[in-house]
Structures are given as structure tokens and as C-alpha cells.
Design a protein around this ligand. Structure first.
Ligand code: PEP
Ligand code: MG
Length: 591
């Protein structure tokens, strides 16, 4: 008989990962079994192909039904993730119709004469390879969805029962190799205290779900499953991206204190939702949301955003081989404009190119469009103006349902704005002839200030457009010649470089002189550290990831605009980014 060995008590083990949903989770390890199904592979005789295709069609239909049932269940959920989950499950159901995945599997069965399970596995692997080559966080997130659908299909074909996270003890930290978004959304936040997994990214649906559920999450943690066993005590820090298995009593006490502080802070922040963002000396500030996916709409509402300052429309064009038509774009945009109930929604026209790749749009322009200095943003839209007109028509139609503004990315010349305006007018004429409903006035047409040339020509651009949105992300990249996505030069990416600040100052002053609205929608707008400086430069509108709105509002409430302007004046006389940072941080520490 095997002698039962006494388990040696294992010491504290610290892991690092990506903090994708803030907060501290303290509890015990609940291992989430990702269904490790062995996929059978065999050849099908010519005479068996029709039957195999039929078997695949049945598995697909069954998956659609299962997801339909999950949708019904999700609708009954009272928490804030219900809407997001419904959208996600709808996307799964669409993928189970005539998608590249389904068509590809069917073709493989016929062409390669292999069984359906093997065909699903091969097709998902090929799509994954194509996506990986593009190195795009958004596509990586879509890939998780495709994998999820593939797993479900294989489960149905092999008749493996799929496990949904079951009832778990309170204060469970879900530890997984990979958590799917659907599994995450079905977690009971009353029992789960956090999520950590070996894979996943900050832009993925799993991360979005975790944020919607308010569950701290740390993803992309190498070696996690080797270090954690069911029942171990565990702490996760979703802000710092840290996981501690078997924490010592001293470590545990530190995290308990941190958790209490954060919970208190969160409670205080949530009270700010309805409070207007006004500085100590009575200056009103507008806090808007940046939105990349329709599923974020619930977060926009929760955060108390005054509108959408940047709706990145790229999501409608990615992860597909065809292009979305006017009707499809209109329907999707309507789901985002209508719930805003008249608050401004700033729809940015397609900004593919550079690091944001979309094969179907770029077609013949691929090489130029993949360069950050090539056919990006408005340049690509003007080179394929039929696409821009379709997008404008969708925006114009959705203007009948709210307060729509249109924003042009990567503008460098006044001529680009004029051309775009002419296409907008043409789109409106066509719609009028068709008798389509739209707002009585054309939407305001704005320009992103995200290229140094645009910032320096801001006074001319201000005469040609109706508002500015300053994109500090690209403005920093282009001004300092530092690729946003290259970690080898990340230390040089510094929005506090005097060159960037001067460009922001110049563009803001030009907008104020021309009496057009100006906002900042790059990442600095959502970071309380930069607020005093931006406010001091005369900016009053900021657009950011919805979850940052409460923190930024809190900072606004503590600021005095006169003192901020005085400090901005001192900062703008400086030559050195290090000294600027010091002057800003000193001011922040006091005010
Ligand atoms: C920016 O460049 O600052 C911006 C907001 O646009 P994006 O991040 O989508 O390029
Ligand atoms: Mg940009």
C-alpha cells in the first residue's frame, strides 16, 4: 500500500503577470479545468464525406442552440455583465453561421477528407497563425472568441460535456490555464474573489468581463499552474499584476490593508457618478468615454460619462474578409448612439493602417498602409472614398437617433478636411434622395490632432473643421519618432517631453482662438497625473477609458484652475522633461 506522505508546507511564491482588472483578491485557489479534450483524427472515405459534413452541420446547429440557452440565462442575470455577455454570445452565434471558420471546416472535410473534429482544430490553428502574424491586441482578443467557438464545436462532436464554472466556495480565486469570456461572465461575483490565468491580454474579452463584474484579474502569468494547487491560499493584485501563492502572514496583512484602502476608495469614487466635474474655483470640465467595442456601453453608463469623445470604429472592420455595408454599420452604431440619450457620440472614421491592420480594407495598398508613415487613417479613407462615403452614410443615418459628431483620424492638411466634407455632403444628398431619416443639421466634423504637422498647422485646420480631439498617443510617437508598440524604445516615449507639450499648447490655443471645442483623447487624458497641466493649458474636455472617469473626476474636484494655469506657465518655460515631471509631481503632491 502506498504510504501517505505528509505534504511539505510550501512557502510563499510570487508570480508576475498583467493586471487587467483592478483590485485586490484574497482567497483560496479554485482550479478551473479548461476542457482538455483529445481531438481524434482520422481519414474519411469518399463515400463518407456527405455524412461527415452532415455531422458537422448538426454539431454547429447544436452549438447555436446551446448558446441560445446561455443567452436566455444571461438575460436573467441581474449584474452589469448581462448586456456584455449577450453581445458576446450573439457574436458566437454569428460565428456559427456562415463564417470563415464554419466554411473553412466544411471545405477541409471535402478537400482533405478528414473528420470534422480534426478539421475544426486545423482551421482554428490556421486562423490563429494568421492573427498572430499581425501582432494586434484587438485581433488577439477576437482569436480567443474563435477558439472558444472551436472548443464548443469539438465538444459537441466528441460529445464531451462542457463544464461551466460551478458553484464554488466563497472567496475563491479562479486559477486557470485560460479563462474564456463566457466562463468569466458566468462567475458569481458573490463567490469568486478574482481571476488569474496563464494566458490572456488586457484588451481581451475576458479582461473586459472581469472589469464589468468588478473582479480583480491578473492574466498572462507564466508558471502559475505549476505553483498553485487547489485549496492553496492566494492573493492577486489586479493593479500591480502580481499573484502570491501561500502568502506569509506578513504579506497577507499587507494585502488585507491594501484591499481595505482600495474598497474604501472605490466606494467614495462611485459616489461621484452623478456629481458634475467642477474644479474648486468653479470651472466645469467635461469627462467623456473612449469606446472600442459595443460591449463597453454598460461601462460608459456606469462611469457617468458625459458622452463618447472617441468611438474607434475599427472594430467593425476587423476579423473578417468582407467589408461591413452601410446598413450593418448603421445598425451597430445605433446600438451605441441610442443608449446615450442625446449626449454627444463622436464617431471616428476608420483608422486602419500602421499597427492597426485590416486586410479587407487595405487590399492593394497593403504595403503602404502597414507603415506608420504610409496610407493610414484619413489618407486610406480618401484613397478609397467609396468606403468613407458608406461610413458617412451610416453616421448620418444614426444621427437621427442622437447627438452624433464625426471625427477624422491622422489628418495633416486642410485639403483632407475639405475633401472629407465634400464626401460628407455627397453622402447626405444621396440619403436625402432616398428619403432616409437623419438629423436636420449635418454632424459636426472634427479633426484628430495627432501628427506634429497638424498641431503646428492647427490655426489653419481650426478654420476648416468644427472641433479638435488631441490624440496624444500618436502625437508622442510621431513627434519623438518612437514607435508606440516597440518596447525597446518605450523608455523614450514620454508625453512630458517639452516638444509634445508645446504642440498641445499650440493646438489648444488655436482652437480657443477659433472658438471651436477641443478635447484630449489620448491615454494622458485618463491619467490623473497629467490633469493639472492639461487644465492649466486651457483644456476642459477629456476622453478616456470609462473606468478611469471616476479617478479623473476626483482629481478635477481637488484642483484650482488658476493654480493649475500658473504651474502650467512655469512648466512651459522648462527645457527638460525630467524637470517638468518633477514640477508636475510636486504640484500634484500639494494640490
Ligand atoms: C491617439 O493617437 O492618441 C488616439 C487617441 O488614437 P489611437 O490611440 O486610436 O491611435
Ligand atoms: Mg491615434
Amino acid at each position: 500500500m502506498a504510504k501517505k506522505r505528509k505534504q511539505k508546507k510550501r512557502g510563499e511564491a510570487v508570480f508576475r503577470g498583467l493586471g487587467v482588472s483592478p483590485g485586490i483578491g484574497i482567497g483560496v485557489v479554485h482550479l478551473h479545468q479548461t476542457d482538455a479534450v483529445t481531438v481524434p483524427e482520422y481519414r474519411i472515405p469518399q463515400t463518407g464525406i456527405a455524412a461527415e459534413r452532415e455531422r458537422f452541420a448538426k454539431a454547429t446547429a447544436a452549438a447555436r442552440r446551446q448558446i441560445g440557452r446561455l443567452r436566455a440565462k444571461a438575460k436573467g442575470m441581474s449584474n452589469s455583465a448581462a448586456g456584455e455577455l449577450d453581445f458576446l454570445l450573439d457574436a458566437y452565434q454569428q460565428m456559427l453561421k456562415n463564417s470563415r471558420l464554419v466554411r473553412g471546416v466544411d471545405q477541409r472535410i471535402v478537400r482533405d477528407r478528414i473528420n470534422a473534429e480534426a478539421a475544426v482544430q486545423a482551421e482554428v490553428a490556421e486562423i490563429a497563425e494568421a492573427f498572430a502574424a499581425m501582432d494586434d491586441a484587438y485581433l488577439a482578443a477576437r482569436l480567443d472568441d474563435i477558439r472558444e467557438v472551436g472548443r464548443r464545436l469539438i465538444g459537441n462532436l466528441t460529445k464531451t460535456v462542457r463544464k461551466i464554472p460551478s458553484r464554488m466556495p466563497r472567496d475563491s480565486i479562479v486559477v486557470a490555464q485560460e479563462m474564456t469570456p463566457a466562463d468569466t461572465a458566468l462567475l458569481d461575483p458573490g463567490r469568486a474573489a478574482g481571476i488569474t490565468a496563464e494566458v490572456g491580454g488586457a484588451e481581451g474579452h475576458t479582461a473586459i468581463m472581469a472589469r464589468a463584474l468588478g473582479l480583480p484579474a491578473v492574466l498572462a502569468v507564466p508558471g502559475l499552474l505549476k505553483g498553485a494547487r487547489a485549496g492553496d491560499s492566494i492573493v492577486i493584485d489586479g493593479d500591480a499584476g502580481q499573484v502570491v501563492v501561500n502568502p506569509s502572514p506578513a504579506t497577507l496583512a499587507v494585502f488585507q490593508r491594501l484591499r481595505s484602502e482600495k474598497q474604501r476608495e472605490k466606494r467614495q469614487l462611485s459616489r461621484l457618478k452623478r456629481q458634475p466635474a467642477i474644479t474648486l474655483d468653479g470651472v466645469e470640465v467635461t469627462l467623456l468615454a473612449n469606446v472600442e467595442l459595443p460591449i463597453e456601453m454598460a461601462l460608459v453608463n456606469q462611469a457617468g460619462a458625459a458622452g463618447i469623445g472617441l468611438l474607434r470604429s475599427e472594430f467593425m472592420f476587423m476579423n473578417r474578409e468582407d467589408l461591413p455595408g452601410e446598413e450593418e454599420q448603421f445598425q451597430v452604431l445605433r446600438t451605441m448612439v441610442e443608449p446615450m440619450e442625446g449626449k454627444p457620440v463622436t464617431i471616428r472614421t476608420l483608422d486602419v493602417g500602421g499597427e492597426k491592420i485590416s486586410g479587407a480594407v487595405m487590399g492593394d495598398f497593403r504595403e503602404s498602409a502597414s507603415s506608420a508613415l504610409g496610407l493610414r487613417g484619413i489618407r486610406l479613407s480618401l484613397a478609397r472614398d467609396e468606403l468613407l462615403e458608406i461610413q458617412f452614410r451610416a453616421c448620418l443615418r444614426v444621427s437621427a437617433f442622437g447627438n452624433v459628431r464625426i471625427l477624422l483620424p491622422m489628418v495633416t492638411t486642410v485639403a483632407e478636411v475639405r475633401q472629407a466634407r465634400a464626401i460628407l455632403a455627397r453622402a447626405a444628398r444621396r440619403l436625402k434622395r432616398r428619403g432616409a431619416a437623419m438629423a436636420s443639421a449635418l454632424p459636426l466634423l472634427g479633426v484628430m490632432i495627432e501628427v506634429p504637422g497638424a498641431a503646428l498647422a492647427a490655426d489653419a485646420l481650426a478654420q476648416a473643421c468644427d472641433f479638435f480631439a488631441i490624440g496624444s498617443n500618436d502625437l508622442t510617437m510621431y513627434t519623438l519618432a518612437v514607435d508606440r508598440g516597440d518596447d525597446q524604445v518605450a523608455h523614450l516615449y514620454n508625453p512630458l517631453h517639452p516638444a509634445i507639450l508645446r504642440l498641445i499648447q499650440f493646438a489648444t490655443a488655436a482652437a480657443l482662438r477659433a472658438r471651436i471645442p477641443v478635447s484630449v483623447c489620448g491615454e494622458i487624458a485618463g491619467d490623473p497625473r497629467f490633469l493639472a497641466l492639461l487644465l492649466g493649458l486651457g483644456l476642459r474636455e477629456f476622453s478616456m477609458t470609462p473606468s478611469n472617469i471616476p479617478r479623473v473626476k476626483k482629481r478635477i474636484l481637488a484642483l484650482d484652475s488658476i493654480a493649475a494655469a500658473a504651474r502650467a506657465g512655469v512648466i512651459m518655460d522648462q527645457m527638460d522633461a525630467g524637470r517638468i515631471a518633477m514640477l508636475l509631481d510636486d504640484f500634484n503632491a500639494l494640490a
